[in-house]
Design a protein around this ligand. Sequence first.
Ligand code: FES
Length: 170
Amino acid sequence: MVRTIDDAPCRLTVCRGCCCGTRKKVPGVDHEAQLARLGSIDDHAARRVPMRTSKCLGICFQADVVVVQPSGTGRAAGGRPVWLGRITDDELLEAIDDWIFEGGPGLAPLPEALVDHVTSKDAKKPKKPKGAKHSKAEKKKRKKDKKREKEKKAKAEKREKKAGKGGGAA
Ligand code: FES
């Protein structure tokens, strides 16, 4: 029996959830135009690359997220889906277009412009460095200061009450 390679074209999954594609998270970008651009990519065989949008893919800190799935031939050659984050510049869309035209995952090397944008569904949001503001000692000091301030206020109120009682005869 002759095994044939499924020659389906590459596919694109474009995140359009709570953050990706929103002006709130990624301002200054024409998300609609970018979506239309991604939806009009053809491969070297002049086949339109199927694109679908997805709800949140779980790595919002990487908005806008685009996943490039390999073609059938690309998958047979070892290509796997490539997750790309921070796809907000038009040049990056051009790079995706060029890459798919060349064959995409498994068949063509990742364009230089996309190298720093490779991510994964398991990407972890980088933690903010613990500055002095977040250190344990600083938290303890703030708590102590707050308590002292509260006591001071209570004492002042007590004194005022006392003074109000005493001075009421005038
Ligand atoms: S909205 Fe795109 S990863 Fe959450």
